[in-house]
Design a binder for this molecule. Structure first.
Ligand code: PHE
Length: 336
């Protein structure tokens, strides 16, 4: 009898695993648990069991009924959806959903690349205030009192002496006021100009300033550093030239041009058919500036440079309207 109960138990377990639908479950119930089912029949056979064996057989039989009943109950609940397992709830045949990951703004990407290159050449990074005074933005940079850049047209004045910086060069002054040579820093940041807004100019933009002052710094080091930068940033096959220029705070001053990266020097709308693009202003720090910051101009020489990040990013990505950089239109931003 115990043998028989064990066989039925195995049968219950194997048929249980075959149940795939509610009607399978119902057949299982009828077969094992109904009033004329297998388990009930076994109970009927109890009368033939000897009185010594009865407690043992009774216990085994009760266990069997319990097993069949709870297994059936659980299976039915599961099939009705009450306690579906996680795997059954997830429909693996559904198409995947694309994750929208934000991207860095093209200006941020450009700035990060510029920083990476100059950090690799031993420069550190510093910043300064966007609200400046006339002294740092102009006077200490050797702008004569009547210089046209002080004109109301270019500068947003807050009052007579306070303004929104028009370039990152005042950060040079702040660095030199606080630190003796050697200094080797780049200074990225926002600058503001009171200009008519158009495809080519905006009332705010970004610059990266560079400054290196030490004993014996020469113009050829300035050239070498900027050429190394341009080759890393634009590719080693670019051609370049330095043109004489003028800035009050550098002497001599120059502007650096590279072959137009859009037409490769053949001449196009962007380079105004010259084949060349101006990428930055630079020069040897004017000894007059050292007087303002208390550096010994007999002992130290240095160079400075400044470049506009928008212009560089626009050339790099072929963007023809500066305003789109500030509109935060996701259709534009998603392309980077
Ligand atoms: N500050 C200058 C500008 O805004 C650029 C510059 C920086 C030139 C440093 C020379 C040296 O045009």
């Amino acid at each position: 009898m115990l043998q028989k109960i064990e066989t039925i138990k195995q049968q219950v377990l194997s048929e249980l695993s075959e149940i795939k639908s509610l009607s399978d479950a119902e057949n299982f119930r009828i077969k094992f648990l109904a009033r004329k089912g297998i388990v009930a029949e076994l109970f009927d056979e109890m009368k033939n069991v000897s009185s010594e064996q009865r407690p043992l057989v009774g216990k085994a039989l009760n266990e069997l009924r319990q097993l069949a009943q709870t297994s059936f109950d659980n299976k039915k609940l599961e099939l009705e959806g009450g306690s579906k397992s996680v795997e059954q709830k997830i429909d693996l045949s559904l198409p995947g959903r694309k994750k929208w990951i934000g991207t860095k703004h093209p200006l941020t990407q450009t700035l990060e690349e510029i920083k990476r290159i100059f950090l690799g050449m031993g420069f550190s990074i510093a910043t300064g205030p966007e609200i400046e005074d006339d002294y740092h933005n102009f006077e200490a940079l050797n702008f004569p009192t009547d210089h046209p850049a002080r004109d109301m047209q270019d500068t947003f004045f807050i009052d007579e002496k306070i303004l929104l910086r028009t370039h990152t060069s005042p950060v040079q002054i702040r660095i030199m006021e606080n630190q003796q040579p050697p200094v080797r820093v780049i200074m990225p940041g926002r600058v503001y100009r009171n200009e008519a807004i158009s495809a080519r100019s905006y009332c705010l933009f970004h610059q990266v300033e560079g400054l290196y002052v030490d004993e014996g710094v020469t113009f050829s080091e300035l050239k070498g550093t900027l050429v190394a930068f341009a080759k890393q940033f634009y590719g080693s096959d670019i051609k370049f030239k330095f043109r004489p220029s003028y800035f009050p705070f550098t002497e001599p001053s120059a502007e650096m041009d590279i072959t137009c990266i859009l037409c490769k020097g053949k001449g196009c709308r962007v380079c105004k058919h010259s084949g060349w693009l101006e990428i930055l202003g630079c020069g040897m720090v004017n000894p007059n500036v050292y007087k303002f910051v208390g550096y010994d101009s007999e002992k130290y020489t240095g160079y400075a440079f400044g470049m506009g990040i928008e212009r560089i990013a626009m050339l790099r990505y072929g963007i023809d309207d500066i305003r789109i950089l500030y509109e935060n239109d996701v259709r534009f931003l998603r392309q980077f």
